[in-house]
Design a protein around this ligand. Structure first.
Ligand SMILES: *Cc1c(COP(=O)(O)O)cnc(C)c1O
Length: 373
């Protein structure tokens, strides 16, 4: 049996263990400590000085806190891109609010500005103005930031930027993770850098950061005893995991370059294959190409190809199944144009890790080529 080729597996730099060793040597094992502050500063330095970063236990926790900071409550509605991972939408429900799903545009596969405005107008007509818009840079491709911002400003609705898959991506020369009123990152095991599990909330003010950290550390009021006037959460990142993050930040740009070169390999290799199409970067867009995705001509071909890859121990995966198609969200309002359904039917994510060897890429290429011949 051929060794397994994974979709996207963790890729350590070798620098991580020195930060972890330091934490052990100073017995700074408990949550918080120098690695947490160091990791936050590394991300802030990467994104730009106008940001404030809180390292948290996951991207999902960051989304949950973002919605709390925006005062989302029971009975509220929050707009969410339908084509995404369920973690983008679940925190809406944690708060007793209702997700309102909006379909994708073809240009980026992300939230469609036309459907977004239709949804906002209709929700306002129905008497429940959305409290927030969650927009996602799927697979590292930025959403149309200018148009989404324009609509958000027109209706005065804050944007939560789900940049879990897009650390290292850019839009018109600016880094993803800086575009939302609040933005989130993920360092889960399959992401572009990983702390094994972790995430971050990016805010525009120190006040928002302080509030997020307060809520993430059990909302302890300032007193010698344990005093609480808010419901708190245990969402802070540990000093050990932040050490992994510091090591990973030293190779983030390498990971982006390698993932982009994986994408280039596939798009060159299949340039003349009429059965396969790719999502090009529109002008001004720079994707980290977290996952290399292809579109096939039909659902059955996509599934046959997935099975052919699986048979030779190569992992691939259909694109995200849209939230409006998920059983758990079947009663949520949704504004649909058919794009995300079609992408789900025809799309496949290919092995994309920054640790893929040339021989592994070649094996994927040969398997797909054989399938079509
Ligand atoms: C991974 C991911 C999340 C959740 O991040 P976790 O760190 O796994 O909680 C949220 N949104 C998107 C789009 C993701 O890909």
């Amino acid at each position: 049996m051929n060794p397994k080729i994974w979709l996207s597996s963790p890729h350590m730099s070798g620098n991580e263990q020195s930060y972890i060793k330091e934490a052990f040597d100073t017995n700074w094992i408990a949550p918080l400590g120098p690695n947490v502050t160091g990791f936050e500063n590394d991300i802030k330095g990467y994104l730009g000085e106008e940001t404030f970063v809180s390292a948290l236990s996951s991207g999902t926790a960051a989304l949950h806190l973002a919605l709390i900071l925006l005062d989302v409550k029971v009975g509220d509605e929050v707009i969410c891109q339908s084509k995404t991972f369920s973690a983008s939408a679940n925190p809406i429900v944690y708060l007793g609010a209702t997700p309102v799903f909006v379909d994708s545009e073809r240009e980026t596969w992300n939230i469609c500005p036309i459907q977004l405005e239709i949804a906002i107008k209709d929700r306002i007509d129905k008497g429940n103005k959305p409290k927030a818009i969650i927009a996602v840079h799927l697979y590292g491709m930025p959403y149309n930031v200018d148009k989404v911002m324009e609509i958000a400003l027109k209706y005065n609705i804050p944007v939560v930027e789900d940049s879990a898959e897009a650390l290292g991506s850019q839009y018109n020369g600016k880094k993803c993770g800086t575009f939302g009123d609040l933005s989130i990152l993920s360092f889960n095991g399959n992401k572009i850098i990983t702390t094994s599990g972790g995430g971050a909330l990016v805010t525009k003010s120190l006040k928002d950061k302080d509030k997020a950290v307060f809520l993430a550390t059990q909302a302890r009021d300032n007193a010698p005893h344990y005093l609480h006037s808010n419901i708190g959460y245990n969402y802070r990142m540990s000093n050990i995991l932040a050490g992994i993050g510091r090591g990973q930040m030293t190779v983030l740009d390498n990971h982006v370059a390698k993932r982009r070169s994986n994408y280039q390999f596939y798009s060159d290799a299949f340039e003349n294959n009429r059965n396969i199409t790719f999502l090009n970067e529109p002008k001004g867009y720079f994707s980290n190409r977290w996952l290399s995705c292809i579109l096939l001509s039909s659902k059955s071909i996509r599934e046959d190809l997935r099975l052919a890859l699986d048979k030779v121990n190569i992992e691939s995966r259909p694109l995200w199944k849209p939230m409006h198609q998920q059983p758990i969200f079947k009663n949520s309002p949704s504004y649909i144009n058919g794009v995300s359904d079609e992408l789900f039917d025809k799309g496949l994510c290919l092995p994309s890790g920054s640790n893929l060897s040339d021989a592994e890429l070649e094996r994927v290429f040969k398997t797909i080529n054989k399938f079509f011949n």
